[in-house]
Design a protein around this ligand. Structure first.
Ligand SMILES: [Zn+2]
Length: 120
């Protein structure tokens, strides 16, 4: 249970107890605590989401490798020679044991890259 949830529980209990024993102040504090904890909960959620996505994010190709591939392929698509929407393509996909090395990378334009992935 995190802090927001604990606060929500305390708020809810205070609200119920205040209402039960007819202690208006306690009930009012309970309502405030409960609402605050909901706001807190909502505010703290995006952060958790962010952590989850950064953890899941694919590792980036090292800058020096990108640079070398870019130079070798002369900043154009190795399939059609286009210079637009270039992407680094893993010749052997990472999922099939390929690595982030110069030999396993090539420049493809977005169109050729999509075509290649459609074939695999
Ligand atoms: Zn292309």
């Amino acid at each position: 249970m995190n802090r927001a949830e604990r606060l929500m529980l305390i708020g809810a209990l205070a609200m119920i107890a205040g209402g039960y024993y007819k202690i208006n102040e306690l009930a009012a504090i309970g309502v405030i605590l409960f609402l605050l904890s909901i706001i807190w909960h909502l505010l703290s959620r995006p952060k958790k989401h962010l952590v989850a996505t950064t953890k899941r994010k694919r590792r980036r190709i090292p800058k020096h490798v990108q640079h070398e591939v870019w130079q070798r392929d002369q900043a154009c698509c190795v399939e059609c020679g286009s210079k637009e929407n270039l992407e680094f393509d893993h010749i052997i996909p990472l999922s099939k044991g390929g690595s982030d090395t110069v030999r396993n990378l090539q420049l493809l334009c977005e169109k050729c890259n999509r075509k290649k992935h459609a074939k695999i």
